[in-house]
Design a protein around this ligand. Structure first.
Ligand code: NAD
Ligand code: WQD
Length: 339
């Protein structure tokens, strides 16, 4: 299939493109580079063994720009990663988040339908479950209250996509709810490149390991969890990437609307991850306990059985590989793509 990949220069998009090529698909990337660089795509081309990844530096809110891309290519489906994703920033800048993520997606969907491409895989998030009613979380678990505008955009976009599919059954929509993607391509050539102080746990740990930050702050040790720290379902980004390739099967069988959790089904606490990182790399991560971070929940992990049953997809990498590969990337690229 020929796939339009929005946000393809970013963390998850770049890893997904490699898996798409491996499976025999081709891609065209649209990204405004607001949180990424072209260097990632240069390295993706290297890893995929192609000369160049077709790329347009277009913002998905730019109707004319997108229209030109869709006039120049025929697409079988779109994998839609483009969006702003920093939870804390979204609380400070709600307008910017709603405008970029929601308006951007609305423009994308409109241009897609005008070109009769009505197949989309959307990057959703476990955040739509709020503080989950059931653990492990199945897709039937009711959606919950999101404590921040970022999460709201994901939840609202799921509703928008479902309404559009209901009104026009020619659409096939796959909502992929990611748990906590970490790790990097095993080559160490591509990985997560957060700007400024990392918001997420793993990039913070790797920046401590590489000497950029003095110590990790652990946000709370009084949760109702085995060691008091937050429990999450960390998933290797390459496994997440292969989940998208498998999700194309749902599109091919004209699924209408399908929702899948992409997680491993295992919960690890913040301190479990610190310990796993230390044993995978031999590096000690100094940490101190800090106050809880507003909006955080105690426990979040998936039941990923539906994706296995319907798509034949199952995460292959464990916590050790996730830590090894995150470190391999950080170690080789202490300044991310800037170096
Ligand atoms: P990322 O920031 O690395 O990638 C997103 C890409 O989208 C970036 O390259 C950015 O430049 C681009 N982009 C943003 N707004 C755009 C616009 N208006 N037009 C064109 N390009 C635009 O993030 P990621 O971690 O790769 O996440 C990809 C998707 O998955 C996002 O939608 C994110 O919300 C979602 N998601 C991520 C996580 C996570 O923990 N990383 C978890 C759940 C869901
Ligand atoms: C994990 C655990 C923190 C940093 C976020 C988004 C979610 C999704 C994935 C996009 C928590 C603790 C963290 C630190 C810490 N993203 N922590 N010290 O919050 O589960 O999910 O990213 O869709 O929507 O909310 O991930 O990596 O930020 O935190 O102690 O410096 O690590 O409190 O328990 P989270 P995270």
């Amino acid at each position: 299939m020929n796939i339009l990949v929005t946000g393809g220069a970013g963390f998850i998009g770049s890893h997904t493109i490699i898996e798409l090529y491996k499976a025999g698909h081709t891609v065209v990337v649209v990204d405004n580079l607001s949180n990424s660089s072209k260097e990632s795509l240069r390295r993706v081309a290297e890893l995929a063994g192609v000369e160049k990844i077709p790329f347009y530096p277009v913002d998905i809110r730019d109707r004319e720009g997108l229209n030109k891309v869709m006039e120049s290519h025929t697409f079988d489906a779109c994998i839609h990663f483009a969006g702003l994703k920093a939870v804390g920033e979204s609380v400070e800048k709600p307008w910017e988040y709603y405008e970029n993520n929601i308006n951007g997606t609305l423009v994308l969907l409109d241009v897609m339908r005008k070109h009769n491409c009505k197949n989309i895989i959307f990057s959703s998030s476990a955040t739509v479950y709020g503080d989950p009613a059931v653990i492990p979380i199945t897709e039937e678990c009711p959606k919950g209250h999101c404590t921040n505008p970022y999460g709201q955009t994901k939840s609202m976009l799921e509703e928008i996509l479902m309404d559009i599919q209901k009104a026009d059954p020619e659409w096939n929509v796959v909502l992929l709810r990611y748990f906590n993607p970490i790790g990097a391509h095993p080559s160490g050539r591509i990985g997560e490149d957060p700007q400024g102080i990392p918001n997420n746990l793993m990039p913070y740990i790797t920046q401590v390991a590489v000497g950029k930050r003095a110590e990790l702050g652990v946000f709370g040790n009084d949760y109702d969890t085995p060691d008091g720290t937050g429990v999450r379902d960390f998933i290797h980004v390459v496994d997440l990437a292969t989940g998208h390739v498998k999700a194309l099967q749902a599109i091919q069988r004209q699924c209408g609307i399908s929702i899948y959790n992409l997680g491993t089904g295992h919960g690890y606490s913040v301190l479990d991850l610190v310990k796993a990182f230390q044993s995978a790399t031999g590096i000690t991560i100094p940490y101190s306990i800090k106050a809880r971070r507003p909006g955080d929940i105690a426990t979040c992990y998936s039941n990923p059985a539906k994706a296995e049953r319907e798509l034949g997809w199952k995460a292959q990498n464990g916590i050790n590989e996730m830590c090894r590969d995150a470190w391999n990337w950080q170690r080789q690229n202490p300044e991310g793509y800037k170096a």
